[in-house]
Ligand binder design. Structure first.
Ligand code: SF4
Length: 384
């Protein structure tokens, strides 16, 4: 049976963080219940797409999934198991906000078969957390993390952000040290990006956002890499670090082209060469009659796009290069019948020469410097 991954989007948050442009918003209990009921109908209506496929990972993300009454998570997971064949050793992750995750929720998550947590800490400095508009303190995170361990979670990711306004090398080192002391299995470390439409963007426009300069950013990135390496975390993707055997299977699936189905508002899917995203408007989503309307699928999917061969080749290369293990030239040739040199030509040889890309045996991968400049290299590799 071929492999399939599932993503389930919970778009609710207690309040919007100052840097966030994800599809998320506050909502009351009634709206949450209506959404989960529709989500379950969507999962059930998609069962046919799981025929002859085994689900290797489920990722419940958001927004803030942990804001929901945990019984709703149990209902969602029951619908998943009822409609899809979920592998016995599937990785099942839920994202948690330390401000909304009480210990009793962890026990319920375990009973629903969830075996991995992704906790959004972002910083161990309370002033930085306030600056980001997060609803929790570092102490609440600690309580949440320890509660998860006590309930038996053995696979935990912690999300961190660097280059926060007013952040210094000193506070960033303190954040990394405090978190690594806890020995989570996985760390995701993202640079803060100021996205249009966020309060941070407004502040930046007015010249009120004091971000670390380029030199400080580079020094923080360098410290992150070396400190995590020394502490047993391998950088296996641009922003992801894991202890041995703890790379996130769900994300590795995305980057290696495994088919995935996304459920819920705005969720995207890739299935047999076709990519689509669900609509992003909650009233429109709730209004679709998923059980009886013959046009339900068309109403649900906002953008449907069949990838042509050129796009598939780009995607194979771009997603593969995100990972430190790189792209297999043999795999590329087997899949597309052409060599990478033939397809990516001059841009590829230029970056092999300038050392941003490395060729080792039949693998092409980023050098450490290349990883830091990945956006430039990838845009050069775009096919006409
Ligand atoms: S908790 Fe996450 S999804 Fe929600 S507003 Fe903050 S950054 Fe956005």
């Amino acid at each position: 049976m071929s492999e399939l991954e599932l993503y389930i989007h919970i778009p609710f948050c207690a309040k919007k963080c100052s840097y966030c442009d994800f599809l998320s918003f506050p909502a009351g209990q009634e709206a949450q219940e209506a959404y989960v009921a529709q989500l379950i109908r969507e999962i059930n209506a998609s069962a046919i797409m799981g025929r002859d496929r085994e689900v290797s990972s489920v990722f419940i993300g958001g927004g803030t999934p942990s804001i929901l009454d945990p019984r709703m998570i149990v209902d969602i997971m029951s619908a998943v198991r009822h409609s899809f064949c979920v592998s016995k050793d599937a990785e099942i992750t839920i994202e948690c906000n330390p401000g909304s995750t009480l210990r009793h929720k962890f026990a319920v998550y375990r009973s629903a078969g969830i075996n991995r947590l992704s906790i959004g800490l972002q910083s161990a400095d309370n002033a930085e957390l306030r600056m980001l508009g997060r609803i929790h303190s570092y102490e609440e995170f600690l309580k949440c993390y320890q509660g998860a361990r006590m309930e038996g979670f053995e696979n935990i990711n912690v999300d961190l952000i660097d280059c926060i306004p007013m952040q210094t090398m000193h506070t960033w080192k303190k954040t990394l040290r405090s978190v690594v002391m806890l020995r989570p299995e996985h760390l995701s470390v993202y640079n803060l990006i100021v996205e249009e439409g966020t309060p941070f963007y407004e502040m930046q426009q007015k010249g009120l956002l004091m971000l670390p300069d380029e030199e400080e950013q580079a020094a923080m990135d360098e410290f992150t890499r070396s400190f995590l390496r020394r502490n047993g975390y391998e950088r296996y993707e641009i922003s992801n670090f894991a202890r041995e055997g703890a790379a996130c299977r769900h994300n590795v699936g995305y980057w290696t082209g495994v088919n995935y189905l996304g459920f819920g508002l705005g969720a995207s899917s890739l299935y047999d060469g076709t990519r689509w995203s669900n609509i992003r408007d909650i009233s429109g989503y709730l209004a679709i009659d998923l059980l009886h309307d013959q046009q339900a699928e068309e109403k649900l999917r906002a953008e449907v796009h069949e990838l042509d061969e050129k796009e598939q080749m780009e995607e194979y290369m771009f997603l593969g290069l995100r990972m430190t293990r790189g792209v297999s030239e043999t795999g590329f040739k087997e899949r597309f019948g052409r060599t990478v040199d033939n397809v990516f030509g001059e841009a590829l040889s230029r970056h092999l020469e300038d050392g941003l890309l490395l060729r080792e045996g039949s693998v092409i991968r980023f050098s450490e410097r290349g990883m830091d400049l990945s956006n430039t290299v990838l845009s050069d590799l775009l096919l006409d």
